[in-house]
Design a protein around this ligand. Structure first.
Ligand code: NAP
Length: 328
């Protein structure tokens, strides 16, 4: 192994990955500040490194990639890589690794938790207690919806969607329908999941949970017109990327009772403004993008991001590579 290879890590991450890299003879430098790097700072550091270990907050656009075309690879500490211009990375021969599966349980737990929190208005009721508004028992107020036997619609049934389906079927006996570009045969076998058209997904889902990637095809997809095709009793959950739904249209759909509730772990933009009216709505639960924020998931991501680098340098193979064409 070439002991001189330098890895720059753009944010402090769990030490498992950096320790592993150092053990394998890499020189590791970590951005020490508790804030995301500006692009010019990232370029400056990456120019002095051979490999970049990046986060989703880094803007890795064609400008960055051309400035840093010397990079041997980029190892992303995330499963999503919509912050990286993959076609340009591929054109420049820079392979990109990511960290799937190790965060699926953690992220699905957040989708599952948001679904229950919305269906029983957890966050609203908590805020009401804080404001001194508990009051007396009221037989007809604070009424939520039960989830047993309802239909779960998954938009983007991949690794995280599979765990969400398992949770919902196991806990509530929910029927599973999904919309993907290709069939998920394992889900059809394991959960009796049924692939439906996009319009059917909208019309039939009691809970519609988004788990797809953010891409040109999905950006802004859930807008006023799409919400208008959902059931007025439905709950919309998004733990994938905030760019997939149109936030003002979502507010309008909730306000006008076009849909019943919403749970978000991702917003657009992030961080969400503290005065955003969605935060005050009764049937809404919002979290600050904490899908993968467990000790287990973050350790797994750190280790996998390092293993992608070590394997590529040792054997030319990246176990989780999003653009294998860059290596060919
Ligand atoms: P995955 O296994 O690759 O699953 C993504 C699914 O999306 C696939 O089933 C894919 O199926 C589907 N898909 C892609 N493009 C689509 C389109 N245009 N229309 C419909 N379906 C489409 O990825 P994952 O590990 O489950 O992660 C999913 C996403 O979750 C990530 O991309 C990331 O953005 C987000 N995420 C968020 C957090 C968080 O902290 N909140 C944590 C982890 C991940 P087809 O290719 O067949 O269409």
């Amino acid at each position: 192994m070439n002991s001189k290879l330098k890895v720059f890590v753009s944010r402090k991450i769990p030490s498992l990955g950096p320790d592993l890299l150092r053990k394998e003879g890499f020189e590791v430098k970590i951005w020490p500040e508790e804030r995301p790097m500006q692009q010019d700072e990232l370029i400056q550091e990456a120019k002095q490194a051979d490999i970049l270990l990046s986060l989703g907050e880094n803007k890795i656009d064609p400008y960055f990639l051309n400035e840093c075309r010397h990079l041997k690879m980029i190892s992303q500490f995330a499963v999503g890589y919509d912050n990286i211009h993959i076609p340009e990375a591929t054109r420049l021969g820079i392979p990109v690794g990511n960290t799937p599966d190790v965060l699926s349980e953690a992220t699905a737990d957040i989708a599952f938790g948001l679904m229950i929190a919305v269906s029983r208005k957890f966050f609203f009721n908590h805020k009401m207690i804080l404001a001194g508004g508990w009051g007396s028992f009221k037989p007809t107020s604070h009424l939520g919806q039960e989830l047993a036997g309802k239909t779960l619609g998954i938009f983007g049934l991949g690794s995280i969607g599979m765990v969400m389906a398992q949770r919902c079927q196991g806990a509530f006996g929910m029927k599973v329908i999904y919309y993907n570009r290709t069939s998920n045969e394992l889900a059809e076998k394991q959960f009796n999941a049924r692939k439906v058209s996009f319009d059917e997904l909208l019309a039939q889902s009691d809970v519609l949970s988004v788990h797809s990637v953010l891409s040109d095809e999905t950006r802004g997809l859930f807008d006023r017109q799409v919400f208008s095709k959902m059931k007025p009793t439905s709950i919309f959950i998004n733990t994938a990327r905030g760019g997939i739904h149109h936030e003002e249209d979502l507010y309008e759909a909730l306000q006008n009772k076009v849909i019943w509730g919403a749970g978000l772990d991702v917003t657009n933009p992030e961080p969400m403004d503290k005065d955003n009216p969605l935060l005050q709505m009764e049937n809404v639960a919002i979290l600050p993008h904490i899908g993968s924020a467990t000790v287990e998931a973050r350790d797994g991501m750190s280790k996998l991001a390092a293993e992608n680098i070590i394997s590529y340098i040792k054997s030319g193979v990246i176990p989780h590579c999003v653009n294998p064409a860059a290596i060919e």
